[in-house]
Design a protein around this ligand. Structure first.
Ligand SMILES: [Zn+2]
Length: 262
């Protein structure tokens, strides 16, 4: 039973300054399995985009995103030491879809739709990217893939551990899809917000931009009316509670921004 105890082991990260967040519990799948599967999915998605001539079509915008990522990524090790070894990627997809994500292992994508329709400035992009990176660092996708695989395979957690090698790639691929297409739990959203604030602040981006992002998001949702709700909003409710929580945490990260700002 020792391994089960290990699985249930969870740690709270206590930072001397900055935000406090929890790491995921019950991580059945090894990080490497999850990251390989996510990398495959991501590669497939990028190849499909390329075939549709929708991959990185605006070099200036791509460079802008990658520049922001280059500043955020070095700040990420304090939330997940393994992130230093990740093979990070940042790509821009031409699509009206209002969405952005970071898959397990640091595979980031932004859709032109989220940048254009919200007219995002660099600080705002940094807080969104930081939020998405936060999900990856706190291994929320890994937690969900683990749950899903255990469910799909229909076996006990203990049995799954011994049979991991036999899991079909389809099962894993399904899990990886779930890692970006379904809403996370409210508490995971809050923690990703907090990590996003701190990454942005430490990288020299104004964390107060998180407030304007969510205000824009909520306005955009209202103007979109009863039509198709923006994808990002279907997984990320932009409500007062969220904005208030961000505002309440700004004092923890503003000193970091003051030190880091250009
Ligand atoms: Zn989120």
């Amino acid at each position: 039973m020792r391994f089960l105890l290990l699985l249930l082991f969870s740690t709270a990260l206590f930072a001397q300054e900055g935000v406090e967040v929890k790491k995921s519990k019950l991580l059945l799948l090894p990080a490497s399995t999850v990251e390989n599967s996510a990398a495959q999915q991501y590669g497939q998605l990028m190849r499909q985009a390329q075939q549709k001539n929708a991959l990185n079509r605006d070099p200036q915008q791509v460079e802008r995103l990658r520049d922001i990522a280059r500043k955020l990524i070095p700040q990420s090790a304090r939330f997940n030491a393994n992130a230093a070894k990740w093979r990070w990627e940042v790509n821009l997809l031409s699509s009206k879809t209002v969405n952005a994500f970071c898959m397990p292992g640091g595979k980031i994508a932004f859709f032109t739709g989220i940048i254009d329709s919200l007219q995002l400035d660099d600080d705002e992009i940094a807080t969104i990217m930081g939020h998405e990176i936060g999900h990856a660092l706190l291994e929320h996708g890994r937690a969900r893939m683990s749950e899903q695989v255990a469910k799909n395979v229909g076996i006990s957690i203990a049995a799954a551990i011994f049979n991991l090698g036999q899991l079909s790639t389809e099962v894993l691929a399904q899990g990886a899809n779930l890692a970006v297409s379904l809403p996370y739990a409210r508490s995971q959203e809050s923690d990703a917000d907090l990590v996003g604030l701190e990454l942005a602040a430490r990288a020299g981006y104004d964390p107060r931009a998180a407030v304007s992002v969510w205000q824009k998001m909520s306005k955009f949702a209202q103007s979109a009316g009863k039509g198709q709700p923006p994808q990002f909003l279907s997984t990320h409710p932009a409500n007062d509670t969220r904005i208030k929580q961000i505002e309440a945490n700004l004092p923890k990260v503003m000193p970091l921004y003051e030190k880091a700002k250009p």
